[in-house]
Ligand binder design. Structure first.
Ligand code: FAM
Length: 444
């Protein structure tokens, strides 16, 4: 039952050796061409980033160190008394590539609870933010402000060896992951209780119970404790949203900003602002808005034809169908399937009108999107259902949904940041070209 730090210290030299070999023996191997269309097409399809913890197969979906989601559901320890994967287990797998023991996961939960309490300055900062500010903006501000506590930034200022960077980045990352639920819950409290920010009553929302796992605490801190189904859902949701290889906006942003040796708080804050875009993390909020509008229009017992018509009206008005399509995936998202299965085995969920409608749409929309003929992937992505479940559980503040995604994405983005420094990766600096410069390179 080795500690996480000892496990990392053991694995890192092996990985460093592997990278050195790749560079010296295969550094000149060509893995693909750069086409003009890659440059003007958001770098789609360019194999241009190192990302250790997960690889997205266009057809099979995400694999975490080679493990599929169903594998992880079988292998990774759950919370005490729970069945679903917890973020602590997923973080251990992402960081080390190993399946943790139950004792290792419990130790990590305890460490997070011990370090989860926010200092009074951070609480004051959050409480003083304009409650009308989007919760993701509040989240990014609070996370960035913690950089005053960065062990990496302090050590760098003093002068440390490059080989030591990763130890400080790991400490900061674990500290940030421990505090994210407290920050997120504080923002939630202030949205739900206008005018009560900083009141004596609000202090209760910050208490961290040393006996609970990360999500167990988060749910209590949001004031939603006592609902085991919601707690289990959030454990699964947060574990599954953790990592989706490196090229997505939030993950890539953390990696890019971190490559300038900005500390983990600044790097992850930048990632959160990318996550806040409607084509990325905000999609779950958009899906819910769209599904509720559909429900209002077609009612609770909609026919196939009515749903088809509604889908066409969305497409014909020039909008995307939110929750469908993906930059890399070309099949139904296994994260969507996992959340759908979570609903299928719980009658109180599968009979909920909104969740029923989501399922019906997922059976009909692929045909409509194929006929529409634009999107390369007509299948649901994870956002097609995630927000609707939150709504069912009574989280009716749509704008808050992406914050929960933000609590999750940290486990993947910060894992890679540790590896970036452990592997000594350099500052990222791709070459850009103007249209004139591209034209000059085109063979006549
Ligand atoms: N509905 C209608 N049209 C769509 C579409 C959808 N769901 N998805 C893609 N298209 C269109 C797209 O707008 C583009 O049209 P134009 O050529 O007119 O610009 C065309 O199909 C080709 O796009 P693509 O290559 O298939 O997709 P991209 O890689 O450019 O974009 C997404 C990927 C996810 C941004 C895009 O599918 C989309 O906008 N989906 C809806 C929003 C969404 O669900 N985002 C969440 C993604 C999720 F995985 C996450 O990050 N959380």
């Amino acid at each position: 039952n080795k500690s996480l730090r000892d496990t990392m210290a053991e694995i890192i030299p092996q990985k460093q050796e592997k990278l050195k070999k790749l560079r010296t023996e295969h550094g000149q191997v060509v893995l693909g061409d750069v086409k003009v269309e890659n440059i003007i097409g958001g770098m789609r399809g360019l194999k241009a980033m190192l990302w250790e913890a997960s690889v997205l197969d266009p057809n099979e979906g995400i694999r975490f160190h080679g493990h599929t989601i169903p594998d992880c559901q079988k292998l990774l320890p759950a919370a005490q008394g729970g069945k679903e994967i917890i973020p602590e287990s997923m973080l251990w797998l992402l960081l080390t590539g190993e399946i943790p023991s139950e004792a290792q996961v419990r130790a990590l939960s305890k460490e997070f609870a011990d370090n989860g309490t926010l200092d009074s300055k951070t609480v004051k900062l959050i409480d003083e933010l304009d409650p009308a500010m989007h919760p993701m903006t509040q989240f990014g501000i609070a996370v960035a402000s913690l950089n005053t506590t960065s062990k990496f930034a302090a050590a760098y200022e003093k002068g440390i060896k490059k080989t030591e960077y990763w130890t400080y980045v790991l400490e900061d990352s674990l500290d940030l992951i421990a505090k994210l639920p407290s920050i997120a819950a504080r923002i939630y409290y202030n949205i739900r209780n206008p005018g009560k920010a900083g009141s004596p009553d609000s202090a209760a929302s910050l208490a961290v119970n040393p006996k609970l796992d990360l999500v167990g605490n988060y749910v209590e801190q949001m004031g939603l404790g006592g609902n085991d189904s919601l707690t289990e859902y959030l454990r699964l949701y947060i574990a599954l949203h953790g990592d989706h290889e490196g090229g997505n906006v939030s993950a890539h942003t953390a990696h890019l900003v971190g490559s300038a040796l900005s500390d983990p708080y600044l790097s992850y804050s930048a990632a959160l602002f990318g996550l806040a875009g409607p084509l990325h993390g905000l999609a779950n909020q958009e899906v819910l808005r769209w599904i509720l509008a559909m429900q209002k229009s077609v009612g609770d017992n909609a026919t196939r034809e009515q749903i088809k018509e509604y889908l066409w009206s969305t497409l014909n008005s020039g909008q995307v169908v939110p929750g469908y399509g993906h930059g890399v995936l070309r099949s139904p998202d296994p994260r969507f399937n996992a959340l759908q299965q979570f609903c299928d085995v719980r009658p109180e969920l599968s009979s909920s009108p909104v969740i029923r409608l989501v399922k019906q749409v997922s059976e009909i929309a692929p045909g409509v999107l194929k006929e529409h003929g634009k999107t390369k992937n007509p299948y649901p992505n994870v956002d097609a259902t995630s927000g609707c479940l939150l709504y069912h559980y009574g989280l009716t503040e749509f704008k808050y949904y992406t914050v929960i995604f933000g609590v999750s994405r940290a486990i993947g983005a910060l894992t890679q940041l540790v590896w970036d420094r452990a592997l000594g990766l350099p500052i990222e600096r791709p070459k850009s070209l103007s249209m004139d410069a591209i034209e000059k390179l085109i063979p006549k």
